[in-house]
Ligand binder design. Sequence first.
Ligand code: NAD
Length: 260
Amino acid sequence: MQLDGRVALVTGGGSGIGEGAAKAFAHAGAAVSVVDVRGEAAEAVARTIREAGGQAVAYTADVSDEEQIRQAINRTVEQFGSLQIVFANAGINGMQAPIEELTLAEWHQTIETNLTGTFLTVKHSIPHLRAAGGGSIIITASVNGNTIFSLPGYACYSTSKAGQVAFAKMAACELARWGIRVNAILPGGVRTNIGERTYRRNLEKVTYDIQMPRPFPPLTGRPATPEEVAELVLFLASDSSRYITGGTFLIDAGLSLLRG
Ligand code: NAD
């Protein structure tokens, strides 16, 4: 799964799944653009890649701000000359709360980051992917909203993640004519820093009394590492997946089989 000569852009590349994928792309030979709203985090990942002998740049951009993400994408192409791989991964859990208590501002923040941010990242990448003669877009959705509907307070997050899957499938259909593939990954639990961007209010009002069998998830009894998720993302970015588009890829160690 080599990516020599390819250019990859990763949103949310400063931490967690995005950081793991940025490093995996670089290790496979791609030049990597690490994009994150936390510029220092993006720069730290890019520096680590360069120190390991890879090619990487960092850009500060909020994916929900059209001008910022458009500029980050365009500057990536100015820097490296082309763009073939886009990992639309930036996302937040946001506020978890009962629906009747969730404010409109909290709803907007999660939807705009996770769903609108995905749209803007894909939209402004398309001209460059077309110019490159095709490419691969990978979108980080989630089991929540797609195979799981039982986490208390996750209505907004799950809606954004279901929306990303519908968007990925529509985009796969529309962009196939230009050789651009679009796939979504559905991780279960992954050991990342997403808890730093998670807020909870009054969840006890909507909690279910569910006793999970052990081990949970059944295959491993532990969350995935970002590196394990990155191996799937690398496959979807590479020519090894050249016949695959419009797909959703569960990576949850069987978690969805027990908790639907
Ligand atoms: P993380 O918090 O470790 O990394 C996410 C990165 O995205 C952070 O560096 C953050 O600064 C950045 N980010 C947040 N908002 C942004 C914005 N508006 N613009 C640009 N960058 C922004 O979390 P993670 O777990 O690696 O999350 C990555 C993706 O994986 C998210 O879409 C998340 O919903 C999804 N996901 C995570 C899990 C899990 O268990 N961790 C499970 C399923 C799906």
